[in-house]
Ligand binder design. Structure first.
Ligand code: NAP
Length: 242
């Protein structure tokens, strides 16, 4: 099937996009014609991912951005606007999952880190992006299946993802009508982030059997879902989790 070109002339920022779901989203947007701005904490990862995308013919700018650094978030927006003059799509994808402790056993510092990276950084990045967001622009926040029903081993992480479901709704109201805000809530997708679950064959099989489609999601599935929400095909969709 030929890839549609829904993002010709559009500029898309994707956070945490040097591997896994973020990279797949950047790739899909880029293959559909977007100029994509990729980022993550490590320069070498940014360079390698940018190279990989360029080799596929994608127009890409790579910028280091640890999403909890105010200065690096500002730099990400500044560099994007210096190069492209505007922003059409922001995909907020970064997350941390530093603990498997029960919520009431989770250290203060870990609670802060989860809130900072998983929730607050999205808000602060969008604050910086808003002056440059075009009419008809779109924000896609990456939540998780764990946000609907936080499981015991991912409890506090899940709660931050629940917060993103609420944030999607609240921001959709605040940012309408110029900007639509939606979110993707992936199930288990084999990536580094989920490798503690998906690299165990027995656990993986159990998870696959629980899905209606008999398989885990792929990073390409997530790229397709995010690209749909970000595109004009979803022009009448806002405040929705997918
Ligand atoms: P991944 O494959 O491990 O990739 C993580 C990416 O994030 C890397 O590019 C990493 O690069 C970057 N990164 C990590 N911390 C960062 C930070 N503080 N600031 C900026 N970049 C950062 O992870 P993934 O599975 O694709 O997860 C992406 C998103 O999907 C997360 O929001 C996660 O919660 C969500 N999700 C994943 C699954 C799943 O099963 N995989 C399920 C539901 C939801 P550097 O190391 O260079 O920073």
């Amino acid at each position: 099937m030929e890839t549609p070109k829904r993002f010709e002339g559009k500029v898309a920022i994707v956070t945490a996009s040097t591997q896994g779901i973020g990279l797949a989203i950047a790739e899909r947007l880029g293959l559909e014609g977007a100029s994509v701005v990729i980022s993550s904490r490590k320069q070498q990862n940014v360079d390698a991912a940018a190279e990989q995308l360029r080799a596929k013919g994608i127009q890409v700018l790579g910028v280091v951005c640890h999403v909890s650094s105010a200065q690096q978030r500002k730099n990400l927006i500044d560099k994007t606007v210096q190069k492209y003059g505007k922003i059409d799509v922001v995909v907020s994808n970064a997350a941390a999952n530093p603990s498997v402790d029960a919520i009431l056993q989770t250290k203060d510092s870990v609670l802060d880190k989860l809130w900072e990276i998983n929730v607050k950084a999205t808000i602060l990045l969008l604050k910086d992006a808003v002056p440059h967001l075009q009419k008809g622009s779109s924000v896609v926040i990456i939540s998780s299946i764990a946000g609907f029903n936080p499981p015991p081993s991912l409890a506090m992480y899940g709660v931050t993802k629940t917060a993103l479901l609420g944030l999607t709704k609240a921001l959709a109201a605040e940012m309408a009508p110029n900007t639509r805000v939606n979110c993707v809530a992936p199930g288990f997708v084999p990536t580094n982030f989920a490798s503690f679950i998906t690299s165990n064959d027995a656990v993986k099989k159990e998870l696959e059997e629980k899905t209606l489609l008999g398989r885990l999601g792929t990073t390409e599935d997530m790229g397709a879902a995010a690209a749909f929400l970000a595109s004009d095909d979803a022009a009448y969709i806002t405040e929705r989790p997918l």
